[in-house]
Design a protein around this ligand. Structure first.
Ligand code: GLA
Length: 748
């Protein structure tokens, strides 16, 4: 469908009611001034995507309200009739559904913005001034709505960036003022949504180290449910900002109305979900204002990060595919490109290696058949050698004992063997036992008068300080300058912020925001100079994954927990929000499952290994080598295809996940036994999705362990059969993991 014809002409329509009343006035010949009618005109501002609409309305009192969020209606003029259909009682403030709720004036509920003006007055009213919609790229439009306080020189512009084909929106606000003095922003959300209906179900996530992305789903009750973090760095350790709200009843994979949201911010965030007195749901999301009242100078602009959201009227599966498509096309670095398979040494060696060992590992990398060797923690520090996690962090010079000839000699070895080389860094952090700490104590985040509080024996550097930003940038820049062949970076972050205090900031409450902005400045600089080098976002596992950071990263590390059984659940949940191409999955010795099971699970994303290759039996090695070749035949589909979660491991004895390319010709289905009760097996056929019903498909089992007898013969079945009846992968206690390749028989 042509985008320009569909979207975004902002229109000025009078509500049907006003229109009729005007006719009536004219018809009765009453001599009244129409000025009143004209000023009571209601402006409708629709923000449209291919399937959905977010519709705003300007009230006669110049308040901008959200009157609709859901599946697009057939006739644009019908949005003005929506409100009249709800008879849920009265809202005496008139702005429960404010598009950006101010505080201290007429508002009675949770605000999106709250300020103290330069003269100390804490009230704010935001009135509509104007709006526009423009096409900013093929398939992308931007709507801006300008709001002003009628009393103070204070202005907010609300932005709605609509990705038409992907049905995804990014929404943020830009705040500025021209008051005589500083204004304190007490709260400054990115977005304020309003969902009407009855019964809202929230699916949220909680976790901790090695148990990230644990889901919980519950009906929202009256009052405010808050999802937030105050950790500063490693922001997602206890909960990420990713959430879903189902309307009416919990959406399933293929049914129900559901809104997905996530804040594009790598620091403290806060999401308020308030079920109001009319039983409607107010969602207010953005930076957490905890300890973060922000001092804003006159004429300075404060741009909030965006709230990312998508709506689906056909269940969670569709919503996640929309988000995954958007992420690959518009957000994740090189989201439409390819990825490197690798061998990492962390699980196999920890800190215990030297030049000879690394050269052996490079050789193993080649033998295994992966693209790259990734050298993990432990390669740096001299006065305080990094031989454990207590010392050396911050001193980014090669350790002379382990690497007397530097990294260069290892890279040369890699080049000789025909593999690439990557390296681990954790540049935001410092061990107190380091030269960096002794030289620059003022760069460290800590309270001057309190004892230091550590996580993993380390502290966080003050990235709100430009000098620290220069230092952090220089760590990566020096590595690339010295070793231009460097082909991969793993960027880690293993401590939260305790004792938040910056020696640099004059206003301490600007620190948390300043930290994240400083971090983005560093990543911007790295990407300006090294635009393409793949980088993995890691944070002692998956404690930092969000769509602001992924602009700079090609992939993320979901968890240090690589037990494949655990991973099935973790990767299942991550997949609601992130595409497989971004999920770095490594085969390790965690868990009790056979090697095949571990490799199959790691294949559902970007495959890597973190095992002692020299300890593999000849058959295990052969299996891994063959699996890497098999992966090459399906990786394109996994990385770029549509993902379907077919059988839910939370509710069944098996899990089944499918990827299908956009031509509906090539697919792959991963099936696993996830419970070991007597007789557990795939008793029912697994119904495939996303196929073309009219096509015939060949089903082949791939990735068999050498010598294993295939339980399945290659078969040709119709798309219709596979989607209506399904196919049994014969998962049993003897075959706990089964990978099926699907190919359109017409494809040569
Ligand atoms: C974190 C990462 C691990 C590893 C170690 C190294 O815990 O998540 O993968 O890199 O740091 O110290």
């Amino acid at each position: 469908m042509c985008v320009s014809s569909q979207v975004l002409s902002t229109m000025r329509i009078k509500s049907a009611v006003l229109y009729l009343s005007k006719i009536w006035y004219l018809a009765t010949g009453l001599l009244i001034s129409l000025t009143g009618v004209a000023s009571a005109q209601t402006e409708i501002i629709p923000v449209l995507t291919r399937q959905n609409a977010v519709v705003l309305q300007v009230t006669p009192a110049k308040q901008v309200t959200m009157i609709y969020l859901g599946k697009k209606l057939a006739r644009e003029q019908d949005y003005s009739l929506v409100q009249a259909q709800y008879k849920k009682g009265s809202d005496i403030s008139g702005i429960f559904n404010s598009a950006y709720t101010p505080s201290g004036s007429r508002n009675l509920v949770e605000p999106a913005i709250s300020v103290t003006h330069a003269d100390g007055n804490p009230s704010l009213n935001l009135e509509y001034v104007s709006h526009y919609t423009k096409q900013i790229d093929n398939g992308i439009s931007l709507t801006g709505i300008i709001l002003k306080d009628p009393v103070y020189a204070f202005e907010v512009t609300l932005f709605y960036k609509a990705y038409y084909n992907e049905d995804v929106l990014e929404q943020w606000a830009v705040i500025k003022h021209r008051e005589k003095g500083k204004v304190i922003l007490q709260k400054y959300a990115s977005a304020n949504l309003y969902l009407q209906g009855s019964n809202f179900w929230l699916k949220q996530y909680h976790g901790n180290w090695a148990r990230e992305m644990q889901p919980e789903e519950a009906q929202l009750t009256h009052g405010i449910k808050v999802i937030d973090t105050k950790l500063g760095t490693r922001a997602n350790l206890y909960e990420p900002s990713a959430f879903m709200v189902s309307v009416g009843k919990p959406a399933t994979e293929d049914e129900g109305q559901v809104l997905y949201g996530a804040v594009e911010w790598s620091g403290n965030f806060k999401i308020d979900l308030e079920l109001d007195a009319l039983d409607n749901l107010r969602v207010i999301a953005g930076i957490n204002n905890y300890a973060s009242a922000y001092e804003l100078k006159a004429a300075e602009e404060f741009a909030t990060p965006a709230l990312l959201y998508t709506f689906s009227a056909t269940g969670k599966g569709n919503a996640s595919r929309q988000l995954q498509r958007w992420a690959r096309k518009y957000r994740i670095l090189d989201g439409q490109g390819s990825r490197l398979t690798l061998l990492n040494n962390w699980e196999a060696t920890k800190f215990n290696f030297d030049e000879t060992k690394l050269k052996e590992l490079i050789h193993d990398t080649k033998k295994l058949g992966v693209d790259l060797f990734l050298l993990d923690d432990g390669w740096f520090g001299n006065q305080y050698p990094r031989n454990n996690d207590k010392t050396g962090l911050g001193d980014w010079q090669e350790n002379k004992q382990k690497l007397p000839n530097g990294i260069g000699t290892i890279i040369q070895q890699a080049t000789r063997e025909g593999v690439k080389f990557g390296i681990w860094v954790e540049p935001e952090m410092v061990n107190p036992k380091s030269q960096l700490y002794s030289r620059h104590p003022d760069w460290v985040v800590k309270q001057p008068q309190r004892p230091e509080q550590y996580q993993r024996n380390q502290l966080v550097l003050d990235l709100s300080n430009p000098k620290v930003q220069d230092f952090v940038f220089s760590i990566v820049d020096t590595l690339f300058s010295k070793y231009p062949q460097l082909a991969y970076i793993k960027w880690d972050c293993n401590a939260v912020i305790f004792n938040a205090y910056s020696n640099y900031q004059k206003q301490q409450s600007n620190f948390y925001v300043g930290y994240v902005r400083g971090l983005y400045r560093v990543w911007e600089r790295i990407r300006a100079k090294y635009p393409k080098v793949p980088m993995m976002l890691c944070s002692g596992g998956g404690a930092r994954v969000d769509y602001a950071a992924l602009k700079y990263f090609t992939e993320f590390w979901p968890s240090d927990n690589t037990d494949p059984l655990e991973r099935i659940f973790l990767q299942w949940e991550y997949s609601y929000f992130y595409p497989a191409i971004a999920s770095a999955n490594h085969v390790t010795d965690w868990g009790k499952q056979p090697l095949k099971y571990r490799v199959d699970v790691a294949m559902m994303g970007k495959l890597g290994f973190d095992i002692a290759v020299n300890k593999l039996s000849a058959t295990d090695l052969k299996f891994c080598q063959d699996a890497l070749l098999a992966y090459k035949t399906v990786q394109h589909t996994i990385w770029h295809g549509d993902q379907y979660r077919l059988v839910d491991p939370w509710e069944n004895n098996i899990a089944s996940v499918m990827y299908m390319d956009s031509t509906r010709s090539n697919g792959v289905v991963f099936n696993y036994l996830v419970r070991n009760r007597y007789g557990s097996a795939s008793q029912l056929p697994v119904r495939f999705k996303g196929l073309d019903a009219t096509k015939s498909y060949r089903i082949q089992e791939i990735n068999l362990y050498p010598g294993a007898k295939p339980a399945l013969k290659d078969q040709i079945l119709s798309g219709d059969f596979l989607m209506e009846v399904g196919f049994n992968p014969i998962v049993t206690v003897a075959r706990t993991s089964v990978v099926l390749k699907i190919t359109d028989t017409a494809v040569k």
